[in-house]
Design a protein around this ligand. Sequence first.
Ligand code: NAD
Length: 354
Amino acid sequence: MLGPPCRRRAARRGPSTRSVLNAAVDTLRIGVIGTGNIGTSHARSLAREVSGAQVAWLYDADTARAVALADELGANVAPNAEQLIASSDAVVIASPDALHAEQALICLDAQRPTLCEKPLAPTVADARSVVDAEVDLGRRLISLGFMRRFDPGYVALKESMPAIGQPLIVHNAHRNSFAPYGLTTSGTLTNSAIHEIDINRWLLDDDYATVQVIAGRPGLRTPDGELDPILVILTTRGGVLVEVEAFVNAAYGYEVRCEIVGSEGTVEMGDGAFLTRRAERTMGHALPELWLGRFEDAYRRQLQAWVDATHAGRTSGATAWDGLIATITANAAVDSITGGPQSIDLPARPALYA
Ligand SMILES: NC(=O)c1ccc[n+]([C@@H]2O[C@H](COP(=O)([O-])OP(=O)(O)OC[C@H]3O[C@@H](n4cnc5c(N)ncnc54)[C@H](O)[C@@H]3O)[C@@H](O)[C@H]2O)c1
């Protein structure tokens, strides 16, 4: 049942030789790898909300999924990731975590500007291979999908920090209605809490020195052998305490909180809700079930910033280096579950990321 997409495929044989790095183009032809939750959301946003780009190519290991979205958006379906990359001006990687590094390496080899979803990789070795390849290339092409850096709530939080003096403690909560992808405890750290690892480093402009994970008793929905909820306690090199509650089976809804305690006051991020409802002797607002309900605006702003930066020959937001630091920190947190508090040893920062 590959009628229309096959015709689209036949219309363009062989990879395009056009490269956005060598020629000014008005509209970037974007290829999206992975058309699940976030790939579909990114592709729709690129097609309908972001200027300077069009969704030209889609690829998913589940062909029917890519075909359905291609029909909706008028895009082409590529037979594999390699051909998508060769045919696109720029690439969004939205496949499962373990595939990001190998697909990012193909993008670097083809010199395609790439927005890679987080994490850069679940393992330090894979994340390191992408940084090494980019350093060898001598040019930054990878932007990493730590979209909270574009969220109006976090941006306002960072802007307000000078008013509270010296930051001392950051309290974070990251709660999911249910564990995405059937996350294990290590996945909670390398896939989910990695958002807090990156955004607190960005807020504080400081690297981490130590990390420790603490677990209490499991919740009612915690799978056998897993830890949930957990507390991740980090210290930064500058001496700030960063505490993260990661609770992936919180059931009641999706919620992300962040409060910074400073020497002169505190500041707490708003929750992104614009309406307060009063009814049945209760005051409050609806909670989303998934991250898309909370961070929709951040995803759109991230995509527009990436498209604009690509037109200008730059990357935007988090870099591959930020992705490597986050993966090193998340893996040290995993090690602390059995090994106790871990110090975080970071490699020297290459000049490419100065
Ligand atoms: N930045 C964020 O807030 C955010 C939010 C959600 C997901 N993500 C990240 O995006 C990625 C995808 O998450 P999702 O929720 O969309 O997952 P998903 O399971 O809904 O989608 C993944 C898609 O990848 C496809 N796929 C599997 N193997 C593939 C391959 N070899 N090549 C191409 N596609 C392949 C699957 O068929 C599926 O359609 C994950 O790495 C996740 O961490 C980030």
